[in-house]
Design a protein around this ligand. Structure first.
Ligand SMILES: Nc1ncnc2c1ncn2[C@@H]1O[C@H](COP(=O)(O)OP(=O)(O)O)[C@@H](O)[C@H]1O
Ligand SMILES: [Mg+2]
Length: 340
């Protein structure tokens, strides 16, 4: 492992076999994460974001590949290869926050018990008083009123329920949090509150985030780096500003052209994505994106592009990345602030 990294995902694959067909949900995904970073993972529904996140936390068994991880004690290991006992101790450090607080919170448990549950499972000798205290402290930290903790999840709003999910994920003092569409079900104003909370908690608890979302405008504000997935593969990976301003993959360009611009005077021509998302059980030849790409050539139909570092810290899998000049998100079309 590079000494600067906390996580290194290497050539990760996940195939699902069902009814005689094999779905390639994740294919050969690699990227590095430094401690304290937020990595955004974007792409259309079905491109493998959730599967990737779940393989990294070992909620799914990856089919191939490695997830190198540096533990809080400084040990380097392949998280996918550690035995069950070791996995349990390391899982405390790598937690997940889910999209749907309705289905991920047990409706028959009080919120106090929900937040406490990971402590019960991992520290059987801890006293009830200590657990209650820790759960109350964590509830306060995520902005929940501790006097309401004896209530059940249905008594809370969507945003509050997401805070409950965050408290539960943080109670074991993890290093890494995988947020899977953690704010996608919330109204825009509530989204902003939860994102601010995640940002504050990150600084306070020195957290590293993998922030999965189909919404590029959400990811832009929270991420240091962004990975764009298409049909199970990483199409592009770069620092956020670089990726949004100077995309190198035609798929990224098309996604960015669909992001709403705050300034109503700016008119952005949307680049339509031709055709349908292909079936991951029967992916296209060559570049997986070729059938929907307006820059497609003969080579793209037959040869698979390598995922290469074309510029420092800017990775892309496109045969034409060097020669194309693609349009980024409309940063530079924003009117200059006038000094008066
Ligand atoms: N448990 C599963 N069994 C079979 N196929 C699955 C399973 N989970 C996901 N898939 C398939 O894998 C692909 C990626 O899904 P997913 O990771 O949920 O994408 P995303 O989170 O980007 O929407 C999809 O084609 C989906 O149908
Ligand atoms: Mg998903």
């Amino acid at each position: 492992m590079n000494s600067e990294n906390i996580l290194e995902v290497k050539h990760l694959h996940k195939r699902f076999a069902s009814k005689g067909v094999v779905v390639k949900a994740v294919t050969d995904v690699s990227f590095d994460v430094k401690p304290g970073e937020t990595i955004g993972i974007v792409g259309e529904s079905g491109c493998g974001k959730t599967t990737l996140g779940r393989c990294i936390v070992r909620a799914y068994d990856a089919s191939e590949g490695e997830v190198f991880y540096r533990t809080r004690d400084g040990e380097e290991l392949d998280f996918l290869k550690v035995d069950r006992k070791k996995m349990k101790s390391i899982r405390k450090e790598i937690q997940m926050v889910f999209q749907d607080p309705y289905s991920s919170l047990d409706p028959r448990m009080t919120v106090l018990d929900i937040i406490k549950e990971p402590l019960k499972a991992n520290y059987p000798k801890m006293s009830k008083a200590e657990m209650d205290q820790r759960a109350k402290d964590m509830a306060t930290k995520v902005g929940l009123n501790p006097t309401y903790l004896m209530r059940y999840p249905h008594a809370f709003s969507g945003g509050q329920r997401q805070r409950i999910g965050i408290a539960r994920a943080l109670i074991l003092n993890p290093q890494i949090i995988v947020c899977d569409e953690a704010v996608s079900a919330l109204d825009v104003s509530i989204q902003a509150q939860v994102i601010n909370l995640l940002h504050d908690l990150q600084k306070e608890m020195k957290l590293t985030y993998l922030f999965i979302s189909h919404d590029l405008s959400v990811v832009e504000h929270i991420s240091d780096k962004v990975g764009v997935m298409y049909l199970g593969k990483m199409a592009e990976f770069a620092e956020t500003e670089e990726l949004y301003a100077h995309p190198l993959h035609p798929y990224t360009e098309a996604l960015l052209s669909a992001v709403p611009v705050a300034d109503p005077t700016v008119q952005i021509e949307r680049i339509p994505l031709q055709g349908e998302i292909p079936n991951p059980a029967n992916p296209p030849s060559g570049c997986y994106f070729h059938g929907r790409c307006r820059y497609c050539t003969e080579k793209c139909k037959t040869e698979t592009p390598e995922f290469v570092e074309l510029k420092p810290n800017h990775f892309v899998a496109c045969h034409r990345a060097k020669e194309l000049s693609l349009r980024g998100f409309a940063y530079d079309t924003k009117p200059e602030a006038k000094d008066e």
